[in-house]
Design a protein around this ligand. Structure first.
Ligand code: SF4
Length: 252
């Protein structure tokens, strides 16, 4: 039987060796043990980020179930679907929480004036960098760990994700409790627990982001398909789950 990893200090910066040990342990113990360990270790300096997909909904539910009282946040690009904002409100009411909005001060109109209309068509990496990556970096500045809902089955770029990683771009520990799960598993739990979800998932949108960069692909919601994001472009990630040197959207 493996020993529970020791409580680690708040100024923890993992080495390759201790990350390997932690991952070996939590790959066997699963997501609940990891969430509890994260809370014991980082307290409210650990936060959950969600885009209101099924993984995020399930994680919000898990936090409540296990009395893990930490901030939950989302990145508001000002370009989200009404159904996304509605789901946020449903979750706030169901769980009695306030979900923190973070985002750039630059309005979409100001962005158009500065960079030209529809930047997302000409340089989506820059648009994501302005509207998502930078606000996230600012928000995480005084945090120690952030929880995400990413899963290995979602895309090639996520298939090597680990349960615990060092997010060098934001200098925090990144905790991915559901990396082992596929789409069918997460939807099994959403249905079993009768959790709310974005109705667009039933209309051919397996993955839902900003309005200009989300298209229906008419596959089942369990398919883990991200093809409907940035349709017609090589891009599959907005940049918040990528190392900085892979992202080309920074200001020049
Ligand atoms: S997903 Fe599209 S619209 Fe949203 S920030 Fe990225 S490029 Fe811009």
């Amino acid at each position: 039987m493996q020993e529970v990893p020791e409580k680690i200090p708040l100024d923890f910066e993992p080495t390759t060796e201790n990350l390997d040990q932690l991952n070996a342990y939590f790959e066997k113990q699963g997501h609940t043990a990891l969430l509890k360990w994260g809370f014991e270790t980082f307290g409210e300096k650990m936060v959950l980020g969600t885009g209101f997909g099924p993984s995020g909904v399930f994680l919000i539910h898990q936090l409540q179930q296990h009395e893990i009282d930490i901030p939950v946040f989302y990145i508001d690009t000002h370009l989200l679907f009404d159904s996304t904002y509605e789901l946020k409100e449903v979750l706030e009411q169901k769980y009695g929480i306030d979900i923190t909005r973070i985002g750039t001060d630059l309005t979409v109109r100001e962005q158009a004036k500065k960079y030209g209309d529809e930047l997302w068509k000409r340089n989506p990496n820059r648009c994501c960098y302005i509207r998502k990556v930078l606000p996230l970096k600012n928000y995480l500045e005084d945090k120690k760990a952030w929880i995400t809902g990413i899963r290995r089955s979602q895309s090639d770029s996520r298939k090597s994700a680990r349960m615990i990683e060092w997010d060098a771009e934001n200098e925090v520990v990144k905790i991915n409790p559901l990396v082992q799960w596929n789409g069918e598993e997460i939807w099994y739990h959403i249905d079993r627990l009768d959790l709310p979800y974005n109705p667009m998932h039933d209309e051919g949108y397996p993955s839902i982001g900003c309005i200009p960069c989300t298209s229906p692909v008419y596959v089942s919601k369990e398919s883990d398909d991200r093809n409907g994001r940035w349709d017609g472009q090589q891009k599959t990630e907005c940049g918040i789950h990528m190392p900085a040197n892979v992202l080309n959207g920074k200001e020049e």
